[in-house]
Each structure stands twice: as structure tokens, then as C-alpha cells.
Design a protein around this ligand. Structure first.
Ligand SMILES: [Zn+2]
Length: 462
């Protein structure tokens, strides 16, 4: 049985393949959900009897971006936390009152809003930082809009409050196991390999999880053949050397491995870099969150050194209050500029490397390097078409410089995920964006009201 063939032609392809080819007047041939040919349009055209041809004249075609750390449950209260709220007050005073009362419908719309923002700015794959309660709602939203990603549950076992989030080690592991077996095994395809949605064990950082939980979650990941994500590690320079212990402590626990992804990793030392390199652990750098949370990334961050050592450094948008966006174009811009300025060295994180971090490194960190992250034969057809008849692309002399330094994401025109067009000429094909915004706005205001919190603005509404 042959699946439908879609031919995208006449585009400027930035392939991110092994030779990093850029192909003007290029074509991508897609059969079902996979890329079956890539090359010059005049060579590809005669080879395929396409069911559909998409003319990509005046478009730049890229592999979809990968956001390796996003808090989907928080998007529904984006912007609520005042920008002068002390960091220690964030969770107890601003987030927990909301988290404790979140409903499945609110988690659905929160995730949906996040997915709309990601797809509109070119991200086609995400990794959840940990859904608070209702992972099924998140899976439903992902399936409704058609995005690819990894889901998981916010997991910890040490904090005693808020009550609704309290878990024993055993409960935390049981819930993760149930989730992995439900989402990864009960799909049509073993290990969910052909599904757009997978589940991983996702646990919070040091101080909120016991050694037993860390080890248990890692062995769950191993037995299900998936990855393991640990959030919020080495985030705080104020904690002195205390926060550098975890990487070596993780080695003692025997969990440093290729399928482990550690997030933030700002404040680390030389010996930590060596451990990450030795065990091929992936790191997720979240520059927008680090800036809002004053992590001192330009003072303490060792991300350029990680890249020099060949460590996989993916990128993450983090959260609706600590970022506050999931726009990979703006995130890549930051990594390409921050370290040049802070070290006064033009060679720090070139534009091309920033793009690799947002695509190939993201794919590797999510163990999807054989499936997404570049435009290559055999990979899933996750593609973004940018409209270059937009001021942010003009003039089109150096497409990579344009993409990293001037493009905001507003010029994303068409997005394909798994061979399916989910955004076509700026319009979502599966969902009604306007209706979702109306519902999100309603739910968000009611949620804040129910929580007893108040939006604190310094300027008065009159
Ligand atoms: Zn986070």
C-alpha cells in the first residue's frame, strides 16, 4: 500500500544534514509521515507522481525546532507573577495557590495555548517539564493540534505541601510507571515509536526528590526504553558549592547516562563538565528563564565550554512566568548574542551553532536524533516554512544571520508535523484559534479569582 506523496518545491532549504547543505530552489518529497527525497527541484520533480504539490517559492524551509523544556501547565497564568516578586516567593506565594486548584480543563487549555505559540513560531517537538496533574488532558491537546512531544508528570517526593501535590516515593514511581505503560505501550506501535506522543519519567530537581526516586525513575526509563529528565539542577549560584554536588552525586547513584537530560545547569564546575562529557548526558539551556530568574548565566554559565567538549546542549523556553514565551527564534537569538557580549569574543556560539542547538541538539536530547532535527531522507517530515516576503527576512543575503538575528517567528507561514500540514498560510488546520483564545482568557481570569490571588500592576487601570 502506498501512502500519499506530498512534494514541497522551489524553497530555500536549510537542511541541517551532515554536510549542512543549503539548497536554493530545493524540494522535499514526503511519503506519509517521512521524508523520501531532498534535493534540487528540477531533479526531484520528475521522480514523483505527487498527490499534492506545495509551492514554496519565496519560502525558507527548516526542520521544525525542538523545545526541550516547557512547563505546559503554567501557560494559563502567563504574566501573573510580578517582575519584582522575590524568587523565594514564586512557588509558595504565586504558583502553588494556582497549582493546587487546577482542573483538567484548565490544563488542557494551558497546554493548547503553549502548543499554539510553539507551532506559530516554528517549534514542532516539545518536552514537557512535568504536567501538574492531568497528563491525559495534555495528550488530548497535543493530539488535537497535531504537535509531537514528550509528556510526563511533575514528580517529587520530599515537599510536604501543597497537599494536593504531596507524594511518597512509592506513589511517585507508581504514577510514573502507570503513565509510561499507558502512553508508551498501549499505543498501536510498540514503544510508541510511531506515535507523536511519548511519556518519560520527569522529576523535579535537587532538594525535592530522594535518591530512591531518582534511581527508581531512571530504571523505569531504562525498562521502557525512553529518556529521563531531571529539571532544575545546578540553578543557583547563591547556594555556593552545595548546588555543584548533584552531578557527582548523580554519578554515585549510577544514573548519568546517554538517556538522561539535565535542565538549567548554570552553576557547574570543570569536573561536572567532564562527567557530562564522559557519560554523554544532555543538557537543556533555558536562557530566557535564567535571565528573568537572575541565574547569572553570563557570569557562571559554561554552555560554550559544554559545546566545545561536544556535549549536547539543547534549548528550552521553560515557563509562562519565568520566560515568558516559547518562541525558539528569540531563544536562539539570545544564545548567539549573550556569550559574545559577556566574553567580548565574536567566536562565542555562532549563529549556526545556535540553530543546531534549537534543532539537532534538541532532537538528540529527546533521543529523537534519528527522527527529527534535520531535513534528511528517512526522517519524519517536521518542517517549517518561513515567508521571506516579510520585512524580517529582507534583504535575503545571509539566511542564517537573518533567522538568528532578525527573524522573530512572525513570518512562520506553514508548518508540517509528521507529514501533515498543521499550520497552512498562517491558519491552523485542526483547531479554531480564536475560540481557544476566548476560552483561555475566561478560564485564566476565573482561575486567578478562585486562587485568591490578585494581578498586581504598578500602573492603575482607569
Ligand atoms: Zn523549568
Amino acid at each position: 500500500m502506498s501512502s500519499k506523496t506530498l512534494l514541497i518545491e522551489n524553497g530555500l532549504l536549510i537542511t541541517l544534514d551532515a554536510e549542512r547543505r543549503i539548497i536554493p530552489n530545493g524540494s522535499v518529497a514526503i511519503e506519509g509521515n517521512r521524508i523520501v527525497d531532498v534535493g534540487k527541484s528540477e531533479e526531484i520533480r520528475w521522480k514523483f507522481q505527487a498527490d499534492r504539490v506545495l509551492d514554496a517559492r519565496e519560502k525558507v524551509i527548516l526542520p521544525g525546532f525542538v523545545d526541550a523544556h516547557v512547563h505546559l501547565s503554567e501557560h494559563i497564568i502567563r504574566g501573573l507573577v510580578p517582575d519584582d516578586a522575590p524568587l523565594h516567593a514564586w512557588l509558595p506565594e504565586w504558583l502553588f495557590p494556582v497549582y493546587s486548584i487546577l482542573t483538567p480543563e484548565e490544563e488542557y487549555y494551558s497546554a493548547m495555548l503553549a502548543f499554539i505559540e510553539m507551532i506559530r513560531t516554528g517549534t514542532t517537538t516539545f518536552c514537557e517539564a512535568g504536567t501538574l496533574f492531568d497528563v491525559e488532558s495534555v495528550v488530548q491537546a497535543a493530539e488535537d493540534i497535531g504537535i509531537r512531544g514528550i509528556v510526563g508528570r511533575w514528580t517529587w517526593d520530599l515537599p510536604q505541601t501543597p497537599l494536593r501535590m504531596r507524594q511518597t516515593t512509592e506513589e511517585a514511581l507508581k504514577q510514573n510507571e502507570a503513565l509510561l505503560s499507558q502512553i508508551n505501550r498501549n499505543r498501536n506501535h510498540p514503544n510508541g515509536r510511531d506515535s507523536r506522543i511519548l511519556a518519560w519519567p520527569i522529576i523535579l530537581g535537587i532538594g525535592t526528590v530522594s535518591d530512591e526516586l531518582i534511581k527508581g525513575a531512571k530504571s523505569l526509563a531504562d525498562s521502557y526504553g525512553v529518556g529521563f529528565s531531571m529539571m532544575h539542577l545546578a540553578t543557583d549560584p547563591a547556594s555556593g558549592t552545595k548546588d555543584t554536588v548533584p552531578v557527582s552525586h548523580l554519578e554515585e547513584l549510577g544514573i548519568l547516562d546517554k538517556n538522561v537530560k539535565l535542565v538549567h545547569m548554570v552553576y557547574i564546575q570543570e569536573k561536572d563538565l567532564e562527567l557530562l562529557q564522559q557519560y554523554q548526558v544532555s543538557v537543556v539551556h533555558c536562557p530566557t528563564a535564567a535571565l528573568r530568574h537572575m541565574k547569572g548565566i553570563t557570569r557562571y554559565g559554561r554552555f560554550p565550554e559544554m559545546l566545545d567538549k561536544g556535549i549536547c546542549v539543547a534549548l528550552g523556553g521553560d515557563s509562562g512566568n519565568g520566560s515568558n514565551h516559547f518562541n525558539m527564534c528569540r531563544i536562539m537569538y539570545l544564545v548567539a548574542t549573550l556569550y559574545k557580549d559577556s566574553r567580548m569574543d565574536v567566536n562565542q556560539i555562532p549563529a549556526e551553532t545556535a540553530l543546531e542547538m534549537g534543532t539537532l541538539h534538541g532532537a538528540r536530547a529527546l533521543l529523537m536524533q534519528d527522527q527529527v532535527g534535520s531535513i534528511q531522507v528517512g526522517k519524519k517530515a517536521d518542517l517549517v516554512l518561513f515567508d521571506t516576503r516579510h520585512v524580517e527576512w529582507q534583504p535575503l543575503l545571509h539566511p542564517i544571520n537573518n533567522l538568528i538575528y532578525s527573524v522573530s517567528g512572525h513570518s512562520v507561514d506553514t508548518v508540517l508535523i509528521d507529514g501533515e500540514i498543521v499550520l497552512e498560510r498562517g491558519k491552523f488546520t485542526r483547531i479554531n484559534e480564536e475560540e481557544i483564545y476566548s476560552r483561555v482568557d475566561q478560564l485564566s481570569k476565573r482561575l486567578v479569582q478562585r486562587s485568591g490571588l490578585q494581578v498586581k500592576m504598578k500602573w492603575k487601570e482607569v
